[in-house]
Design a protein around this ligand. Structure first.
Ligand code: NAP
Length: 309
């Protein structure tokens, strides 16, 4: 079968670090163009915006939208209307409602819409989900603590309305939690800590209950961690403890290391995108985005020292 002719829109850090090598490493895809105001990829035709891309590339099948969440909906609307399959980086949008619009549009155009959650593709996540499926969860604790200066240097958009602040990494943890837990959860309380000079939080504490009413799940997201970085999810069950570390790349069950693999996330994302396109199916799970929206709705807003890059 001919490869899927794909273009990347928004050539920044994640496009360069992950999408370009993952597309090039997958024989089901051919990277045929990019659209970005400043960024480009050596040897690949580049366009300044999505309109000129859609008008200028013959037989384009799909686009990967790798810009920040704010401008993503407008680009997705245009790509779907042009009959292209669409991959959305996470978070899939700046609001929950705009995703309903895209889901309807993908259905009407009979193309695939894939809202990716890259952390769900980490090596330990599927096995963690399978192990938890037959156990009773007593509690789950997330510690997602990293250094914003190391991972997001100079990314002004991330501090602006719609940029998500510390929920930009925190939503990755929530994407794993919603994938592995055998029961639904909902937010009961939250505290969001905003630097006095920023529109988005630098830290957050969240508490979730299950439908029995017990506060079983808690999470701390913090962007002020220097030194070793922490991306841990610890689950206590009736049959012992499960620990996902390094963002899901390592899995310990009852203290024994059972998965320890390198970075497999984006290779698996493109495997899944090809599978969805072959079946003309979509995959859009909004639970992580809803939990973040809930945190902004019910969360108490506290303020801390100004933050400078
Ligand atoms: P980035 O380095 O800032 O790159 C995003 C690119 O999008 C920019 O270089 C810019 O390229 C383009 N863009 C289009 N409209 C924009 C706007 N209004 N404001 C800013 N840039 C705009 O960001 P990133 O780290 O690649 O993150 C992009 C998305 O990927 C985010 O949703 C993020 O959560 C997700 N992601 C990031 C990482 C990571 O490690 N960085 C990991 C996984 C997922 P032009 O100026 O050329 O148009």
């Amino acid at each position: 079968m001919a490869p899927i002719r794909i273009a990347i829109v928004g050539v920044g850090k994640i496009a360069r670090d992950q999408h370009v090598p993952s597309i090039r490493g997958n024989r089901d895809f051919e990277l045929v163009a990019t659209a970005s105001r400043h960024g480009s990829v050596d040897g690949i035709p580049s366009f300044p915006d999505i309109e000129s891309l859609l008008g200028g590339v013959k037989d384009l099948d799909a686009v990967a939208l790798c810009m920040p969440p704010g401008p993503r909906h407008a680009a997705a609307v245009k790509a779907l209307a042009a009959g292209k399959h669409v991959l959305l980086e996470k978070p899939p949008g700046a609001t929950v409602s705009e995703l309903d619009d895209l889901i309807a549009s993908a259905k009407a155009e009979k193309v695939s819409l894939f809202a990716t959650w890259h952390s769900r593709h980490a090596a330990g996540v599927a096995k963690a989900k399978a192990w938890l499926a037959s156990r009773t969860v007593r509690s789950l604790r997330v510690d997602w603590k990293e250094d914003v200066r190391k991972w997001h240097p100079g990314q002004a958009w991330i501090w602006e309305p719609g940029g998500f602040g510390v929920f930009d990494p925190g939503i990755n943890a929530l994407s794993i939690v919603t994938e592995i837990l055998p029961m639904p959860i909902f937010l009961t309380s939250a505290t969001l800590l905003f630097p006095k000079n920023r529109a988005q939080p630098i830290a957050a504490d969240l508490v979730f209950a299950d439908s029995a009413g017990a506060d079983r799940v808690s999470a701390t997201f913090d962007w002020r961690q220097t030194g070793p970085q922490t991306w841990d999810i610890r689950v206590v069950t009736d049959e012992g403890e499960l620990l996902l570390q390094s963002g899901g790349a390592k899995l310990f069950i009852r203290g024994e290391l059972v998965v320890d693999e390198g970075d497999v996330e984006y290779a698996d994302i493109y495997r899944r995108f090809a599978e969805l396109i072959a079946k003309r199916e979509s995959d859009v799970d909004l639970r992580p985005l809803r939990h973040v929206a809930d945190a902004f709705m019910v969360g108490r807003h506290d303020f801390t020292d100004p933050f400078e890059d």
